[in-house]
Design a protein around this ligand. Structure first.
Ligand SMILES: [Zn+2]
Length: 163
């Protein structure tokens, strides 16, 4: 076994130790060179296939990540819009109850009927777009206390001072 670099690369060959005809040796080397080239080409083809498959897999993963991100972002946007609509309902009902109670001389801390408020203003009880449940007391709220409380987390005004 000897090391040679006749084809430009170092490799180990089982070259016979006996003296051979130079033409025969050249033919053997040519055969080995062609065999090496075929292997190299096959290796290159397989490597190309692997690269293409790897590239395709990367593309699929990136696409899936983008779809997931877009879906999450869209969901967050809907969630925030619902929260704002809910806060709008809570604020409107605050004004409605205060107006009704003011007209009917009902002061803070005194009993009132939500049904009468809705009928008086010809409105319906709003619905939380996120499916939250509105709770209220039958006692006119004190200044600074919201009339409605939504069961959804985050559906609450930060500041109700002066309400
Ligand atoms: Zn809500």
């Amino acid at each position: 076994m000897v090391l040679s670099n006749y084809d430009g690369r170092w490799c180990m060959n089982n070259l016979p130790t006996e003296k051979k005809d130079p033409d025969e040796l050249a033919a053997m080397r040519q055969d080995q060179l062609e065999l090496g080239n075929e292997r190299w080409l096959e290796h290159a083809r397989q490597s190309d296939r692997k690269k293409r498959v790897r590239g395709l897999c990367c593309g699929v993963v990136v696409t899936l990540v983008l779809i997931a991100a877009a879906s999450y972002w869209g969901h967050q946007k809907v969630k925030e819009n619902n929260r704002r609509t809910c806060l709008f309902h809570i604020r409107n009902m605050q004004v409605a109850v205060r107006s009704h109670n003011s007209v009917h001389g009902i002061g803070a801390g005194q009993p009132y009927d939500m049904g009468e408020v809705l009928e008086f203003l010809k409105i319906e009880m709003p619905q939380c777009p996120s499916g939250g449940i509105y709770r209220y007391d039958n006692i006119a709220p004190l200044v600074g206390s919201p009339v409605l409380r939504c069961s959804c987390p985050g559906h609450k005004h930060e500041d109700t001072e002066g309400w």
